[in-house]
Ligand binder design. Structure first.
Ligand code: 5GP
Ligand code: MN
Length: 345
């Protein structure tokens, strides 16, 4: 972990700054990036946020969204290489290894500017010059708040920056229910409320702005696509490319579906496997001791957090499902229902 004075020194003069985050950015990825960008612009820096892919429409309300450059290998490769090559400071937010952002990762690795990592994933790669990672943090947005505060600039966190950071913390804590929801998290939210954020508006924009079609898709998935394996306290969903097409599924439409599988009483391990044509993308979730980041790292070339992780498979969907199922017997002793603490008298 680097000291904050190193970053303070680096940002003592107006800089050309590049910020990026992970593929298919979620609210923490984009919220931490745009929150940081808003702050750095107020400090007089020149900032470009580049995302490695598109992201859901329900994040487009974030201040600074209009200026985001979405990387398209066939369209703006030269422009993005130029931005990365000329940046004096490169912030990498909410991902821990350059391999996760495809071509951009290589451009960043070769860039001459100073690389700064702010992230909360497990097992970060050592590629950054300054590292503010902490795998105990609930969200990257929590760490961005702390970095701004520790730089002595909390008063620059306005409503717009605050709502970006709030969105990241709200979603990565599962609306303040995951064990990562610490006292620190709630104290930070209190500070964001002081900055004037409207938390119910943020909640509505993210969770209550889906299309009717997405809700019908959810109905179909829950009725026809969910499999519950009681002997392993496991539930999973597998979705074909055809089914995505049939429901005109857009970026973000499958987000959160895996949590429904985990909401069944007694289920401690949930997975969703989605045929994205080039590859099968998998999301894993757990409650309690079973580490999905370890499971995903070991078997599906992935990683993430103890209770929320993702991975990838280059086999066809059915072969991937079969392999997933064949692994479960080896984990049966670990897939036990987490006991709840005794209810208070
Ligand atoms: P999600 O299932 O929501 O896509 O991701 C859950 C968590 O796992 C996120 O923190 C995400 O960054 C991480 N994650 C998702 N996919 C991958 C992957 O393919 N590799 C790694 N290392 N982490 C992933
Ligand atoms: Mn995150």
């Amino acid at each position: 972990m680097s000291t904050i004075s190193e970053l303070k020194e680096l940002l003592a003069h107006p800089r050309q700054i590049f910020i990026t985050t992970h593929h298919k950015p979620d609210a923490d990825a984009l919220g931490s990036s745009l929150g940081l960008a808003g702050y750095l612009r107020k400090k007089g820096h020149s900032v470009t946020v580049v995302t490695p892919s598109d992201y859901p429409n329900f994040l487009a309300w974030m201040p600074g969204n209009e200026e985001v450059v979405v990387y398209e290998p066939t369209e703006n490769d030269a422009q993005v290489r130029e931005i990365i090559g000329t940046a004096e400071v490169l912030f990498c937010l909410d991902f821990s290894c350059l391999g996760r952002i495809n071509e951009l990762g290589e451009y960043i690795r070769q860039a001459p500017g100073t690389k700064v990592l702010i992230d909360h994933h497990q097992e970060p790669e050592q590629f950054a010059d300054l590292d503010y990672s902490n795998s105990k943090a609930a969200a990257t947005a929590e760490l961005v708040f702390e970095v701004i505060r520790d730089l002595g600039d909390q008063d620059l966190i306005d409503t717009g920056i605050g709502e970006c950071l709030y969105a990241g913390i709200m979603t990565d804590t599962g609306s303040f229910r995951h064990p990562s929801t610490s006292r620190n998290v709630h104290l930070i939210i209190a500070e964001l409320l002081n900055a004037g954020i409207n938390l119910s508006d943020v909640h509505r924009r993210i969770y209550d702005s889906h299309s009717e079609e997405r809700l019908r898709f959810l109905g179909f998935v829950l009725k026809d696509k969910l499999t519950v394996l009681r002997e392993y306290n496991t539930a999973y969903i597998a979705i074909t490319a055809d089914e995505l097409r049939q429901y005109h599924s857009k970026t973000g439409d499958t987000e959160g579906l895996v949590n429904f599988a985990l909401s069944i009483e007694g289920i401690v391990f949930a997975a969703i496997l989605i045929d994205r044509t080039q590859a099968v993308k998998i999301s894993f979730r757990s409650v309690g001791d079973f580490s999905v980041s370890e499971f995903s790292r070991r078997h599906f070339n992935g990683g993430g957090h103890h209770n929320a992780a993702g991975g990838i498979s280059h086999e066809p969907l059915q072969a991937t499902v079969d392999r997933f199922l064949s692994l479960l017997p080896d984990y049966q002793t670990k897939l036990v229902t987490a006991p709840l603490a005794a209810a208070p008298p």
